[in-house]
Write a protein that binds this ligand. Structure first.
Ligand code: AMP
Length: 348
């Protein structure tokens, strides 16, 4: 691509870049230089072209440089860092007994970590690259077994990973590719001390990829401490958080009107599609669910005080469409696919 074509492409895709020696984007999958098995999986999945974050993020990550990526959820960002991670692993000496992972992906919630691993699994099953998911609330035994048998990629939530490190079930001495996914959300959830503790165990000459949907001051300040001469790529506007393809209707109602309005909306909308109702607090979530059930709406709920087994079960019921209404706190805020969302967050 000529410089002019690059400028036109970035303009059309709403890509903004910052940094020294930024590489040109790739417009087609084969231009990125991924191994054949990756291209085969991509074609089997029916993907037609790289998403904007992939088009610009892949050549950046494949340069081995640090990267800040600001992109909406659903933009294809997981593969933006996972496919370069596979290339990175393939270029390292194989693991030997006692080695920890080469790639570490930190994610805020167990739900996101599982989704990332599913994405990794689609590609990893065609290579020798093994990945595992380390998250709290589930039995440690199977996770420890995975770690002991050796995995190239760990996708983990901070708390459980620290438990595993402290119990010496794994170590981070071989990590040379570190991903922080949804850094903004990890900070919102108060994970900063854990993130610092984990990163302090990783060699400083690693490659770090730092992802966030938003770019507030705290997120930027953490990035500045952990990244070295990074590229930055922004898809869309850094101040806009919502996905543009989602139709949002906002109604302002008083607290007393809320429940009746919810019931009316359910009556209007219940056409067999799934409906996710966000509630600000766990207690509120339980109250709304109980009331809905008493009124004949078979809602299930998911929030941080529920056991992992129950969260898994509820999510599976909802995702499969066996249960059409789910109430949730922000544990379910991202990545559930196509659903109608009714929220009652107070935006202020
Ligand atoms: P993510 O933003 O990473 O959560 O990805 C959202 C969804 O888009 C996932 O189901 C991906 O498998 C899918 N996806 C990723 N890249 C592409 C692509 N280039 N074309 C179509 N779908 C994609």
């Amino acid at each position: 691509m000529s410089d002019h074509e690059v400028a036109v492409y970035r303009g059309r895709m709403d890509i903004t870049v910052e940094g020294i020696d930024v590489p040109k984007p790739v417009r087609m999958f084969h231009e990125a230089g991924f191994p054949g098995y990756c291209l085969e999986v991509i074609s089997r999945l029916g993907f037609i072209e790289p998403t904007p974050i992939q088009a610009q993020g892949w050549p950046m990550a494949l340069k081995g440089r640090d990267l800040i990526g600001i992109a909406e959820t659903g933009s294809g960002k997981t593969l933006s860092y996972l496919l370069p991670a596979f290339v990175h692993v393939a270029a390292q000496p194989p693991l030997v007994q006692g080695d920890g992972p080469i790639v570490l992906v930190l994610a805020p919630t167990r739900e996101l970590a599982v989704q990332i691993q599913q994405e990794a699994g689609k590609f990893g099953s065609h290579s020798r690259i093994r990945s595992t998911c380390i998250y709290g609330g589930a039995p440690k035994g199977p996770q420890i077994r995975d770690l002991q048998s050796g995995v190239e990629i760990i996708i983990g939530t901070p708390g459980r990973l620290i438990d595993m490190l402290e119990a010496q079930h794994t170590n981070l001495r071989r990590v040379t590719y570190l991903v922080l996914d949804e850094a903004d959300r990890m900070l919102d959830m108060g994970f900063e001390p854990q993130i610092r503790k984990i990163i302090s165990q990783i060699r400083p000459d690693r490659q770090t990829l730092y992802w966030s949907a938003t770019w507030p001051k705290e997120v930027e300040s953490l990035a500045r401490q952990f990244l070295c001469n990074p590229y930055k790529v922004i898809i869309g506007s850094p101040v806009l958080k919502a996905n543009q393809s989602i139709n949002q209707i906002i109604e302002v109602v008083t607290d007393v009107e809320k429940y009746n309005r919810l019931i009316n909306l359910l009556k209007e909308m219940m056409d067999g599609s799934r409906i996710l109702i966000f509630v600000e607090t766990k207690k509120g979530c339980d109250q709304v669910t109980r009331q809905l059930r008493m009124d004949g709406w078979p809602a299930l709920s998911i929030h941080g005080d529920k056991s992992q087994d129950e969260r898994d079960w509820v999510l599976a019921e909802f995702k499969s469409g066996r249960s059409l209404i789910m109430t949730a706190t922000d544990v379910a805020a991202r990545g559930l696919g196509r659903i109608t969302v009714l929220g009652s967050f107070n935006p202020y």
